[in-house]
Write a protein that binds this ligand. Structure first.
Ligand code: FPP
Length: 244
């Protein structure tokens, strides 16, 4: 449910999802290696978690690494993994001091063992935190997530614990990595690109989309508030009719 922020005079979406695009273009514009674009981007993630919670957002999901990102050069994949490894470790130290709960979605079986261990520890030590729920999509692909969910449900049907006739939207939602997390209210993709790129296709069915031109490393609190303002100008009907 939206929260009304009196100071801003805005209703604030409960769950914001972000495709952090434009790190490469930012690096190019600053005449620095691509990897510096990603590291600048990761600093912005840290700040936005704080800003998001301070304005009243309860859930923030970011697309950190997709199942398709493995196609990038070995050098770039290596640099992104190193960045994420360090970020997750650092997050273990920081998350408790700002009461943040961290959840990682995506196919963990495709990640290196030490990263999985760090993720498990991070999820474990932050489980009971009551501040921002920060969801990191890592080795995540929406279609891959659905395939894993379908397999899980089929196993249930096969072993007799699930009746095929009992399969409904709720059961599918509960079989996805995002089980228990409300669907995003607002999706932001930076850098002017207007694609979903396999990000949360099931969960974004009724979400409002916003595509600012700003490159992710330049994203900040003002940009976040601008996105919330755009969200306020939208009228969400969830397939129903406008109330007279
Ligand atoms: C897209 O920019 C961005 C990514 C593929 C990676 C996003 C990762 C980060 C922001 C850093 C790590 C994340 C966390 C959670 C610490 P691009 O490289 O496609 O940019 P371009 O389209 O301009 O080339």
């Amino acid at each position: 449910m939206d929260y009304y922020n009196e100071e801003l005079g805005l209703k604030v979406p409960e769950h914001v999802a972000i495709i952090m695009d434009g790190n490469g273009r930012w690096a190019k514009a600053h005449h620095v290696p691509r990897n510096m674009g990603h590291s600048a981007g990761s600093k912005v993630v840290e700040q936005i978690c704080e800003d998001a919670y301070n304005i009243g957002i309860k859930y923030l999901t970011v697309y950190a690494f997709s199942t398709e990102n493995w196609k990038r050069s070995a050098e770039e994949v290596g640099a992104l993994m190193l960045l994420l490894r360090n970020y997750l470790k650092d997050c273990i130290k920081r998350a408790n001091s700002n009461n943040m709960r961290v959840i990682v979605i995506g196919d963990k079986s495709g990640l290196s063992e030490d990263i999985v261990e760090t993720i498990n520890r991070l999820e474990d030590v932050t489980r009971d935190n009551t501040g921002l729920t920060f969801i990191i999509a890592l080795n995540y692909g929406g279609r891959d997530e659905m395939v894993r969910a379908v397999k899980q449900i089929c196993e249930g049907v096969q072993n007799g614990t699930i009746k095929a006739s009992a399969i409904d939207e709720q059961m599918i939602s509960d079989s996805l990595d995002t089980r228990g997390i409300p669907d995003p209210d607002l999706l932001i993709r930076t850098s002017g690109e207007q694609r979903l790129s396999n990000f949360l296709p099931w969960q974004l069915a009724y979400t409002e989309f916003y595509f600012p031109e700003v490159l992710w490393p330049d994203f900040n609190k003002e940009e976040l508030i601008k996105a919330v303002e755009k969200y306020n100008a939208r009228e969400r009907r969830f397939g129903g009719r406008k109330e007279e």
